[in-house]
Design a protein around this ligand. Structure first.
Ligand code: UT7
Length: 319
C-alpha cells in the first residue's frame, strides 16, 4: 500500500508586495540588492487578524476540492507551522474546527522550513501502517508577524501563505521514499529566541539569522538529502522529473540543482513571487506547478527542505 497525493491546494493573502512597496513602507533596501542576492521580487503579507489557520483553511478547501473529497472524510490533520495562532490549542485543531471535521487526529509539527517535508513523512507512516486512510497535510505561515522590520537583512526575505495536500491510501504508487534529519547544535544560526513568561515576552520575539552560515549549511545538506532519499528509493537523481525545493533563495536553489545535475528547467521556482514562506513554500510551489500543468500524474517529484533547528528532509514521490 502507498500513500498518494490526490489533491493539492494553496492560498496567498492579499496582493503581491514588491521590493519597492517595502521601501515605500520604510524598509531601508533596494530592489537590485534583494533580487541579485535572493531572487525575490515580491511576497504576500497577511492583514492583521489573519492567522495561519485562516490561510490553512483556504489552502485545505482547495486541496479537498482537487481530491474531490469532503472534509468530514479526513482522519488525520497535520499542520506544519512555526507561526501558530496560539501557544495552544494547535493550529491543526483550530483548522479542524474551521473545516467542520470531527474525530480526525490533529496536531502541529514544528520543524520550521522543513516542516512540510517532516509532516508529509509522518502522514505517510500513519497511512502505510493502515491506522489512517485520508490525511490533510498543510504548511501554513504568517512569518511577517515574527519579522523585525528594522532588520533589513531578514525582513525582505520572508512572506505569508499556505499550501496543502490530501494524502490517501492507494494501491497506485505515491510516496516512494523519505529521509529527514536534524542537528540541534546549529540552533543559534536561525531562531526566534523568545518566549512568553508571566504575561511578558522574555528574550527576543523576532527572527534572527546568521545569513551566511545558513546559506552554507543549506547548500551542503540539500544535495546530500536529495541523494540520500533517491538512494532509498533506488532512483537516480537524473530520473527525477521535477525538483520542488524549499524556496528561500534562488542562489541556493541553483547551486543544489547544479550539484544534483538537474537543470533549472526541472526545478520549480516560486521564490521570486512568494519570497520565503517557510513551511508553506514547498506545497505552495507544488500547487503552482500542478495547476499550470508542468507536474503531471506518473512523474517523479522530489520535495526537499531545510530550516531552523537545524532540520532538513526530502520526500520522493510518483505524483
Ligand atoms: O529558510 C532558510 C532561510 N534563510 C536563508 O535562506 C538565508 C540564506 N542566506 C542568504 O540568503 C544571504 O546570506 C542573505 C541574502 C541573507 C544575505 O546576503 P549576504 O551576501 O550574505 O549579505 P550580508 O549579510 O553579508 O550583507 C552584505 C551587505 C551589508 O552591507 P555592508 O556591511 O557590506 O556595507 C548589509 O548591510 O548587504 C547589506 N544588506 C542590505 N542592503 C540592502 C543587508 N540586507 C540588505 C538589504 N538591502 N535588504
Amino acid at each position: 500500500m502507498y500513500a498518494r497525493i490526490t489533491g493539492v491546494g494553496s492560498f496567498l493573502p492579499g496582493q503581491p508586495v514588491s521590493n519597492n512597496d517595502l521601501i515605500q513602507r520604510g524598509v531601508d533596501t533596494n530592489d537590485e540588492w534583494v533580487v541579485s542576492r535572493t531572487g525575490i521580487k515580491a511576497r504576500h503579507l497577511a492583514d492583521p487578524g489573519c492567522t495561519s489557520s485562516d490561510l490553512a483553511f483556504e489552502a485545505s478547501r482547495r486541496a479537498l476540492a482537487a481530491a474531490a473529497i469532503d472534509a468530514g472524510e479526513i482522519d488525520l490533520i497535520i499542520v506544519a507551522t512555526s507561526t501558530p495562532d496560539f501557544i495552544f490549542p494547535s493550529t491543526a485543531c483550530l483548522l479542524q474546527s474551521k473545516l467542520g471535521n470531527q474525530g480526525a487526529m490533529a496536531f502541529d509539527v514544528q520543524a520550521v522550513c522543513s516542516g512540510f517535508v517532516y509532516a508529509l513523512t509522518i502522514a505517510e507512516k500513519f497511512i502505510r501502517s493502515g491506522s489512517h486512510k485520508k490525511a490533510l497535510v498543510i504548511g501554513a505561515e504568517v512569518f511577517s508577524r515574527i519579522l523585525d522590520w528594522e532588520d533589513r537583512a531578514t525582513c525582505v526575505l520572508f512572506g505569508d501563505g499556505a499550501g496543502a495536500v490530501v494524502l490517501e491510501a492507494s494501491d497506485k504508487p505515491g510516496i516512494l521514499a523519505s529521509a529527514a534529519h536534524a542537528d540541534g547544535s546549529y540552533n543559534g544560526i536561525l531562531s526566534v529566541p523568545g518566549n512568553i513568561c508571566n504575561g511578558k515576552v522574555t528574550g527576543d520575539p523576532f527572527l534572527r539569522m546568521d545569513g551566511q552560515s545558513v546559506f552554507k549549511f543549506a547548500v551542503r545538506v540539500l544535495s546530500e538529502i536529495a541523494n540520500e532519499c533517491c538512494a532509498v528509493a533506488g532512483v537516480a537523481s537524473s530520473e527525477v522529473d521535477w525538483l520542488v525545493p524549499h524556496q528561500a533563495n534562488i542562489r541556493i536553489i541553483e547551486s543544489t540543482g547544479k550539484k544534483l545535475g538537474l537543470g533549472m528547467d526541472k526545478i520549480i521556482v516560486t521564490v521570486d513571487i512568494h519570497g520565503n514562506t517557510s513551511a508553506a513554500s514547498i506545497p505552495l510551489a507544488l500547487d503552482v506547478a500542478v495547476r499550470d500543468g508542468r507536474i503531471q500524474r506518473g512523474q517523479k517529484v522530489l520535495l526537499e527542505g531545510v530550516g531552523g533547528g537545524f532540520t532538513w528532509g526530502a520526500v520522493l514521490l510518483e505524483f
